[in-house]
Design a protein around this ligand. Sequence first.
Ligand SMILES: [Zn+2]
Length: 354
Amino acid sequence: MFSSSYSEAKHGFLQAATAVGASLQSFSVDSAGELTVDVAIVGPSVYSSALVVSSGLHGIEGFFGSAVQRALLDRLKQDTFEQNIRLVLIHALNPFGFMHLRRFDQNNVDLNRNFLESAAHFAGASAGYDQLDYFLNPKSAPTKLEPYKLKALWMILRHGVPALKAAIVKGQYDYPEGIFYGGSGLSRTAEIIRANYNQWLGNVPVAAHIDLHSGLGSFAGCKLLLSEDHNATRYPWYADTFGAHNIEPISNQKGTAYEVTGSLDRWLQSYCSDRQFYFVGAEFGTYKAQRVLGAIRAENRAHHYSRPGDPIYKAAKAELLECFCPQSDVWRQKVLDSSMDIINRAAEGLKKKV
Ligand SMILES: [Zn+2]
């Protein structure tokens, strides 16, 4: 299930989708047509709800998300999915990052900070980010000697963890080479989604979307992050469907969830406001936040300031991959099993709604 490159993952996905008779659509994000967002639609010709499972919004997280989609397609060879549900699998929302082992896209954009309605919104950074830019984004290649851990510890002591997390991960629009940069306008991926999301869902009154992510939380643990708070009218559906202990409303400041600008979640919620629409960011943990942030930071420096053949470049890519898709067989089996459980629960939850 787990591929060792973007192209292997893409071919495996297309093959598995073809084997179950899916209808396929492909959208290029580059002029050569090599990098594509691929969509497989499976299900009966008559259906009353839709379930979307998407992978790789953060490029490198596609190694894990693609494996989940493959496992689901393989399962469909044996059993049909729930009757009445159209299944929409969106593979590799950030194919550039997937191919080049990056979280960000070809313009250094963190796509989950890019979904904004107006051009005027692509501006600004938190005051905390301004202060931390020199630490987060040094203008040099990473080195083995740099005392990242000491620096990180010092930052934590100085700013306190919740404030630090909020300042760093919220998204910023002022440092185009920096991490968590949301871009200067809508990305190609956002345009593809905007132009096609309605036709992917079809004419259904109810739909749910599971967007697969990794890198935050305890090793192989899973949290379902909501952009809604626990008072939202739709909160009970999430709690009934997935179990209250598995979901994290945005109001839970101590949890894994965090406030971001320009998230896919919020954008689709408003885009699909004429349907009953449910969205969860399924976040699978790997290593401690400090290690993961260190890997994102080092890879970004290597991307901008070193060459692909350099040992330091290769080491930075390898560490990023380990942080977002660990080699551990235990991790891999566990995340596949939990993902299947979440998908089954979402399908059950949809059945109750129609
Ligand atoms: Zn992610």
